[in-house]
Design a protein around this ligand. Structure first.
Ligand code: ZN
Ligand code: ZN
Length: 262
């Protein structure tokens, strides 16, 4: 796909050359070595595809859920019903959906993708996002990844959310931009409850000065890997709404179903 075929195009968009080279090296290895399940390491027929056992451990969030944040409900409560957290807090984002529960099934995939240079997992994860986010994609004008602070980008070599956003743009035909939204505050790793996380990421994001007119009246789809309390998406959405965005949606690979689990 063009995500890896046109690497130069994305170099300045939150995906560094080092990160791409690491991914390219791994893909070369994939051609030479037998394919292994990215989760458990067993041999599989296709690279970056899970074995049947690991696939069966994934918990897909396709059932009834909070109309705003996507928190799964055990049974259908009807349309437009909000979870307790969304009832108690003003949400800046309009709707968030996630493909999987963040649990023992999805964790190895996400940790490998985020910290283990497993950029080869991107096409598989993009497929999951595309499926879970089809309604949001149909109502969006522009895809934006949740940005990393430049210092963290250098350390990690690639922004995993930018890889997902680029892949999803390829698949959906929507434009994406990895530079429009900037992380201007180096936040500490997210810990603690909703309020602590809110405080941690407050005013951490800024729309680039020369890009502000692109936001006015736009419907934005934010991409991140994991939704924990929603504090990061909330902070991004606050900045985007302040700049005139009409709607802000969020789409993540996984979400924590019980806050405090990680
Ligand atoms: Zn496996
Ligand atoms: Zn909710």
């Amino acid at each position: 796909m063009a995500l890896f075929g046109g690497q130069e195009k994305h170099n300045s968009q939150g995906i560094t050359v080092g990160g791409l080279l690491a991914g390219a090296g791994r893909r070369l290895l994939d051609l030479l070595l037998p394919s292994r399940c990215p989760s458990c390491g067993d041999l599989v027929p296709d690279a970056a595809k899970l074995c049947a056992e690991c696939w069966a451990t994934l918990s897909f969030l396709s059932g009834p859920a909070c109309a705003c944040c996507g928190f799964p409900f055990p049974h259908d409560k009807g349309d437009n019903v909000l979870c307790g957290v969304c009832q108690a807090h003003v949400r800046q984002f309009d709707r968030v959906r996630s493909a999987l529960a963040y649990d023992g099934g999805s964790r190895p995939l996400l940790l490998g993708f985020k910290h283990g240079d497993r950029t080869d997992l991107a096409p598989f994860l993009v497929d999951l996002l595309h499926l879970a986010g089809r309604d949001l994609l149909a109502d969006s004008d522009l895809i934006l990844p949740v940005p990393l602070h430049p210092r963290r980008l250098i350390r990690r070599r690639y922004n995993q959310a930018a890889l997902l956003a680029a892949g999803l743009a390829d698949k959906s035909g929507l434009p994406w931009d990895g530079l429009l939204l900037r992380r201007v505050k180096a936040t500490t790793p997210q810990e603690g409850n909703y309020s602590a996380r809110q405080q941690n990421v407050r005013a951490a994001f800024l729309v680039a000065q020369n890009q502000r007119e692109r936001i006015e009246g736009a419907r934005i789809l934010l991409i991140d890997d994991v939704y924990t309390t929603g504090a990061t998406l909330q902070s991004c959405a606050r900045e985007l709404k302040k700049r005139g965005a009409d709607r802000v949606y969020g789409l993540t690979i996984a979400r924590v179903v019980r806050p405090g689990m990680i």
